[in-house]
Design a protein around this ligand. Structure first.
Ligand code: C5P
Length: 250
């Protein structure tokens, strides 16, 4: 059985879809949410929207029933990341992320403090995932920062570190999924994958893409999809087409 299905036997295809709310205003984001809330699993709020509209806006979406992946990629000293992560949990988000390159103390402390606060304050514990190497980075970018390994070795090193620190998973390019699944033993380890393009969509600026069904077959648990849905003339239809693609065996 494919590893993502083994990890997530009850997930309906729609629950795998996380729509990236890469828009500049709360009004635009709310209207996409209102249009798609029953049709997809979750929504991603990233740096642009968060910087424009802030935590109150995130709380407002959560209160409207949204499952939110807060994509702020925390990277700072362990104390600061742990405290910021506790505040993300208090916002009620379903998932958020940190940079694995912040190291094991940062990740371990974050996982522990989030778990403690959630238990003490009866908050549903958000999934904590890590970014390994940004897909905008390549060997030269890594070399500039003193990392002489190949990109894939660094991705796998950081994925293994993330798992060892007790985090729930990683964000990974579609092309990294298979190697990560092979190098992290736990089938509960989540892989969240952007760079997804349905078979009928344009690539925009994404260079290394896979279709939704291919990424799930490789072992992705969740797919982050932005423009193929948000820029579609009929967003519902775009989502339905993706769900149909996901429901067919490949
Ligand atoms: O519109 P599109 O489907 O390309 O959006 C993908 C989303 O995933 C964007 O929010 C983008 O920032 C994010 N992302 C990505 N590649 C990564 C990490 C995040 O495209 N490696």
């Amino acid at each position: 059985m494919n590893p993502a299905i083994a990890a997530n036997p009850l997930t309906h295809p729609k629950d795998k879809i996380i729509v990236a709310l890469d828009v500049e205003s709360a009004d635009e984001a709310r209207s996409i949410f209102a249009e798609l809330s029953g049709s997809v699993g979750a929504f991603k709020v990233g740096l642009q929207l968060f910087t424009a509209e802030g935590p109150r806006f995130v709380r407002d979406l959560v209160e409207r029933g949204a499952k939110i992946f807060l994509d702020l990629k925390f990277h700072d000293i362990p104390n600061t990341v742990a405290k910021a992560s506790v505040e993300a949990a208090r916002l009620g988000v379903w998932m958020f992320n940190v940079h694995a390159s912040g190291g094991s103390e940062m990740m371990t402390r974050t996982a522990a403090e989030v778990a403690n606060v959630c238990e003490r304050e009866s908050i549903a514990r958000p999934k904590v995932i890590a970014v390994t190497v940004l897909t905008s980075s390549n060997r030269e970018t890594l070399a500039e920062t003193g990392v002489s390994d190949e990109t894939e070795s660094q991705v796998l090193r950081l994925a293994q570190l993330t798992a060892k620190c007790g985090l729930d998973g990683v964000v990974a390019s579609p092309l990294e999924i298979r190697a990560i699944r092979a190098s992290v033993a736990s089938n509960r380890f989540l892989i969240v994958t952007p760079g997804i393009r349905p078979s009928n969509a344009t690539n925009d600026d994404q260079k290394r893409v896979m279709t939704p069904a291919e990424a799930v077959a490789e072992g992705a648990n969740y797919l982050v999809i932005g423009r193929p849905i948000t820029s579609a003339s009929d967003r519902q239809r775009a989502v339905e087409d993706i769900i149909t693609e996901l429901s067919k065996p490949i």
